[in-house]
Design a protein. Structure first.
Length: 549
């Protein structure tokens, strides 16, 4: 088949993009997409036409005097209502099919075995992944192109519609970059693509679709409506027809200046896209390694922590009389979020058994080389060993977990400084419990991944689930028989919901918290020693296999 010259040029630059276009932009799929979008637009416009006053309708929301006969039609309100609905419908209509298509496409590539051919391609990972991002959602892109004229026409009947449209599509484009990159990452980390615990539970297109449709898109569009689009009165949310409350980041009012609001939102979307893109490239080229590198985890945790602490620094609460209760509450929230947020992180950083064996083998070879040259352990070797634990991809992931926890602790010093002495002790106690729980979870997962059984990933996920869910379930059963059960409160201190106990009766909860923290750190030392012994056993096994004839 002969293709236009410009299409051949695109194929020379990005063969993956041309491959995706050839498979998706067929005449039939093109016409079906075009027909569905036009039909949807006709139905949408018809539904609004039917809401206008008429002889068969005694009441209309767009009748200024409330009655159909001789009513004054509120055309401004009619166009505005249509405009609002379009602005909220567009991301669902465009993003959800694209997300579903990207995840299912990678899953199909894995099932067919063609994904390995892509990895062996001489083309760069950026070239292949960009071809996927631009090619797989080509039909949603076509739908957006067809839907744009209606959106632009409706916006022309709304005050400042053109300015809003520019702002809308700037945010829309970067949001799509974040969501589609994340969808591609979910697809590559499916069960067939990665040898890690988090990959064992990911890669489900329907789960990704539900997460985006129920939580991510509504959250992002609500955020946009109270910050970036707070300066366009025509885009006020349907449940709030007044100006949005002030939103500060490190006491800077980001939704009181249109330049700051756009700069903050667009820059954060760009940072998210960049971080996801780097992680995606690693996942594509190295399917047998951990999902993210230690360097990437430090950047990711540091970025999210600074972002969250910045939102905690609301100027009204820094100088207000109720700041003490606020800071205790916000600190407890940050610590609780930290505990939950670290669960997928530790699953992503924990090293599989084969990777641990490779690391031990490389460390053994390096140590032998140093001993051969110097006859002792030079300081440079020790420095290299420490650097490998901090930065090396194959070294135990628990080191990176501990460093990330240290980053969070440093960032939380600022909000902790606003809390009164006694409440500050409770906050620090809660922080210690949260850190201890994350370390316990990380040690359990890492130890399970070093088992010899082929089902070690299942064991790791199952053990983590048991460690997280058993204490609150057992506490709930005990509370049924005794609402004041001290043992139930004590067990809750071993779960991510420990703040529900620390926030209650101060004296009892603090005493129980101190006891729980002591026990947790005893567990950490015990599990850490068991993990160290496990690595020694693996190292000795390698030494025996090398010396065997």
């Amino acid at each position: 088949m002969i293709y236009p010259a410009w299409l051949n040029q695109i194929g020379d630059r990005n063969p993956q993009l041309l491959r995706e276009w050839r498979g998706r932009l067929q005449i039939r799929s093109f016409l079906v997409t075009l027909g569905l979008v036009v039909l949807g637009e006709i139905l949408f416009a018809t539904s609004y036409i039917n809401r206008l006053p008429g002889p068969d309708r005694s009441y209309s929301a767009f009748c200024l005097n409330g009655y159909s006969p001789n009513c004054l039609i509120d055309w401004d309100g009619w166009w505005l209502s249509m405009f609002r609905d379009l602005n909220w419908l567009m991301p669902f209509v465009i993003f959800l099919p694209g997300i579903y298509g990207l995840i299912t496409d990678i899953n199909q590539e894995q099932q067919k075995g063609t994904l390995n051919f892509l990895r062996l391609s001489p083309r760069s990972s950026q070239n292949i992944l960009l071809g996927k991002l631009l090619g797989v959602p080509s039909l949603p892109y076509l739908a957006l192109l067809v839907a744009f004229p209606l959106h632009a026409y409706v916006s022309s009947h709304v005050p400042n519609g053109l300015a809003f449209l520019i702002s809308y599509y700037a945010v829309f484009g970067l949001t799509g970059a974040v969501l589609f990159t994340a969808a591609l990452f979910i697809g590559f980390t499916g069960r067939g693509g990665q040898n890690s615990p988090v990959a064992w539970v990911s890669g489900n297109a329907l789960a990704g679709l539900a997460l985006a449709g129920i939580f991510v898109i509504p959250s992002l569009w609500t955020w946009n409506s109270v910050t970036v689009w707070n300066f366009f009165p025509q885009f006020l949310t349907t449940w709030n027809d007044g100006p949005a409350s002030r939103v500060d980041w490190f006491t800077i009012p980001i939704n009181r200046n249109p330049f700051l609001a756009h700069l903050f939102t667009l820059s954060n979307l760009a940072i998210m896209t960049f971080l996801l893109w780097r992680i995606l490239q690693r996942s594509f080229r190295n399917p047998k390694t951990t999902l993210i590198s230690k360097r990437q985890s430090y950047g990711l945790v540091g970025y999210i922590t600074v972002l969250m602490v910045g939102f905690a620094m609301q100027s009204d609460y820094v100088t207000g009389k109720l700041s003490q209760d606020y800071w205790l509450g916000i600190t407890s929230l940050l610590i609780s979020v930290m505990t939950f947020a670290f669960l997928p992180l530790l699953l992503s950083l924990s090293t599989p058994r084969q990777m641990a064996l490779d690391w031990l083998q490389s460390r053994k070879a390096t140590a032998f080389q140093y001993r051969e040259q110097t006859g002792r352990w030079p300081s440079s070797w020790r420095k290299a060993a420490v650097a490998d634990l901090i930065w090396g991809d194959k070294s135990p992931g628990i080191t990176a977990i501990a460093i990330n926890l240290l980053l969070v602790i440093i960032a939380l010093i600022l909000p902790l400084s606003f809390v009164e002495t006694f409440d500050r002790f409770r906050a620090i106690l809660g922080l210690g419990i949260g850190v201890a729980l994350v370390l316990i979870y990380g040690l359990i997962v890492q130890w399970m991944l070093l088992l010899q059984t082929p089902k070690r990933i299942i064991w790791a996920v199952g053990s983590l689930s048991f460690a997280v869910l058993f204490p609150p379930l057992a506490a709930f059963i005990m509370v049924i028989g005794d609402n004041d059960s001290i043992l139930a409160k004590f067990l809750m201190l071993f779960s991510p919901g420990f703040w529900t106990i620390l926030a209650s009766d101060r004296g009892l909860s603090t005493n129980l918290g101190v006891i729980a923290l002591i026990i947790q750190w005893i567990l950490i030392f015990g599990l850490g020693n068991a993990l160290w012994l496990r690595y020694r056993q693996l190292s000795q096994a390698l030494q025996y296999s090398d010396s065997a004839p």
